[in-house]
Design a protein around this ligand. Structure first.
Ligand code: ATP
Ligand code: MG
Length: 432
C-alpha cells in the first residue's frame, strides 16, 4: 500500500459534523448581512500579486512574509492566493465600474491564505466574512458597521466580545506623528528587536502593534496618534463615538490599535475576546479612504471589516452554539429487483413533496437495511419487498416512538408520511 497523503499543514478539513455547524452559522450570517442591505460579491481566490503589494503595503507582515505567491507556470504572471479580500473587492468595484451608480454595500465570505505558524486560532487557510461599504464618507457608516457586528454577537449569544476603537487620522496627520514617533523610538533604539529596527524608518507605526512582550513598555509610552488629529479627523472620530453611545455599545479607545495593513485611515476598530487565548481578535476593520484611488479608481471613501470564522465559531461553540444534525424524514428499505425500481419511484415522489429521503443503496437483507434505517435517525421507514412491488402498496413503519406499520398505496404515500410526521410534531409540542 502506498503512503497515505495528508492535508497541507495549517489547512484544515472540515468534516460533516463540523461543516453542519459552519453552514448553520453561514445561514445566520447571510440573513444578518441582508438585514443591513449588504449584497454578496464573489471574487477569485487568486489575484495578481501587485494588487496585494500595493493595497496592503510592502512593509507589512502579510506582504513581507505571509503571502502564497507563485509564478504562473504557463505565462510567468505573478499570482498570489488572496490573504484578505478588501483589495479584491475594491479591484472588482473599479474594474466593473460599480461605484458609478453610487455607494455599494458588499459582503464576501470564503478562504484566505497566509503562511503563518499554525496554532490554535491561526491557520494557513482560514476563513473570513467581511463587509465593505464603498463610496461612503461619513462617520455614520463606520458606526453602522460596528453596530452590525454588535448585533451579530447578540444574535449568536456571544459574550465577552469587547470593542476597541482608535483613529489613525489622515495621511498628513500620520506624517507629523511619524516624525515624533521616530525620534522617540530612536531614543530607545538599543532596546528594539530586529523587526522594529528594520521598520523604524520604513513603517514605524507598525511597531506599535508589536506582539513582542519586551517592547510593550516602550510602545505604551510612545507618542499617540490621537494627539495629532486635526479638527476634521477629530469631528469624524467624535461622530462615530456619539452614534455608538446612542446605540449603547461600550468601547475602549486603544491608542495602540494601528492595524496590520497600510490602507487604513481615520476610524479603526477590533472586536476582542479573552476567551480564546492569544488569538483573541475575532473581527477587525476600519476606514480606508485612499485605497480606491490607490488601486486606480476615481477617488472615493470606504470602510469595512473582516471577521475570522474559525475564531468566531470557537467562541460560538463555547457559548453553546450548535447545529441540528441533518436528519432524513424517511429511509427507503427494499429487497428485490422490482422492489428497487419501486423504491426509486417512491423516494423521488416523496422528495417532490419536500421530504428528505435516504434510499438504501447496495445490497442487504431487510434486517440489515432496517438497522441502517434506524442508525440514519430517520423518523419513518418505507419498506418494499416483492409482495409490495406486486400489489403497488408499500409498508410505512415509524422508527421512533409509538405507531405500527401500515400499508399505503404509492400515490397516497406522501399524505401518509405527512400525517405521521405531523402527528409526531403534535405529540412533541402539544396539540394545536
Ligand atoms: P492577527 O493580529 O491575529 O494576525 P490580523 O491583523 O493579521 O490578525 P486581519 O488581517 O485584520 O488580521 O484579519 C481579520 C480577522 O481575520 C482577524 O481578526 C482574525 O479573526 C482573522 N484571521 C487573520 N489571520 C488569521 C489566521 N491566520 N488564522 C485564522 N484567522 C485569522
Ligand atoms: Mg496577522
Amino acid at each position: 500500500m502506498s503512503q497515505a497523503l495528508q492535508a497541507v499543514r495549517g489547512m484544515n478539513d472540515i468534516l460533516p459534523d463540523e461543516a453542519e455547524i459552519w453552514e448553520h452559522f453561514e445561514d445566520l450570517v447571510r440573513d444578518w448581512l441582508r438585514s443591513y442591505g449588504y449584497r454578496p460579491i464573489r471574487t477569485p481566490i487568486v489575484e495578481p500579486t501587485p494588487l496585494f503589494k500595493r493595497a496592503i503595503g510592502e512593509v507589512t507582515d502579510i506582504v513581507e512574509k505571509e503571502m502564497y505567491s507563485f509564478e504562473d507556470a504557463l505565462n510567468g504572471e505573478h499570482l498570489t492566493l488572496r490573504p484578505e479580500c478588501t483589495a479584491s473587492c475594491v479591484r472588482a468595484a473599479i474594474q466593473h465600474k460599480m461605484l458609478f451608480s453610487g455607494g455599494q454595500r458588499l459582503y464576501y465570505q470564503g478562504p484566505m491564505f497566509r503562511h503563518e505558524r499554525p496554532q490554535k486560532g491561526r491557520y494557513r487557510q482560514f476563513h473570513q466574512i467581511g463587509a465593505e461599504a464603498l463610496g461612503f464618507a461619513g462617520p455614520d457608516i463606520d458606526a453602522e458597521l460596528i453596530m452590525m457586528c454588535s448585533r451579530l454577537w447578540d444574535d449568536l449569544g456571544l459574550e465577552d466580545v469587547k470593542l476597541e476603537l482608535n483613529s489613525l487620522g489622515s495621511a498628513e496627520e500620520r506624517l507629523r506623528h511619524r516624525a515624533e514617533l521616530i525620534t522617540y523610538l530612536q531614543r530607545h533604539e538599543s532596546l528594539l528587536d530586529e523587526d522594529a529596527r528594520r521598520r523604524l524608518h520604513a513603517n514605524p507605526l507598525r511597531i506599535l502593534d508589536t506582539k513582542n512582550p519586551e517592547l510593550q513598555e516602550i510602545v505604551e509610552a510612545a507618542p499617540r496618534l490621537t494627539e495629532f488629529l486635526g479638527a476634521e479627523s477629530m469631528a469624524h472620530f467624535k461622530g462615530v463615538q456619539t452614534l455608538l453611545k446612542d446605540a449603547g455599545i461600550p468601547y475602549r479607545i486603544n491608542p495602540r490599535l494601528v492595524r496590520g495593513l497600510d490602507y487604513y485611515n481615520r476610524t479603526v476598530f477590533e472586536w476582542v475576546t479573552t476567551r480564546l487565548g492569544a488569538q483573541g481578535t475575532v473581527c477587525a476593520g476600519g476606514r480606508y479612504d485612499g485605497l480606491i484611488e490607490m488601486l486606480g479608481g476615481k477617488p472615493a471613501p470606504a470602510a469595512g471589516f473582516a471577521m475570522g470564522v474559525e475564531r468566531l465559531l470557537a467562541l460560538w461553540r463555547e457559548s453553546g452554539g450548535q447545529a441540528e444534525h441533518a436528519k432524513p424524514d424517511v429511509y427507503v428499505v427494499h429487497v428485490g429487483e422490482k422492489a428497487q425500481r419501486m423504491a426509486f419511484r417512491a423516494a423521488e415522489a416523496l422528495r417532490g413533496y419536500g421530504f428528505a429521503v435516504l434510499t438504501h443503496c447496495g445490497a442487504g437483507s431487510f434486517k440489515s437495511q432496517m438497522k441502517k434505517a434506524d442508525a440514519s435517525d430517520a423518523q419513518l421507514a418505507v419498506v418494499i419487498g416483492d409482495d409490495e412491488a406486486a400489489s403497488g402498496e408499500v409498508g410505512l413503519k415509524p422508527l421512533r416512538g409509538p405507531g405500527i406499520q401500515q400499508k399505503v398505496m404509492l400515490d397516497g404515500l406522501a399524505d401518509a408520511v405527512a400525517a405521521c410526521l405531523f402527528a409526531k410534531e403534535e405529540d412533541e409540542y402539544g396539540s394545536v
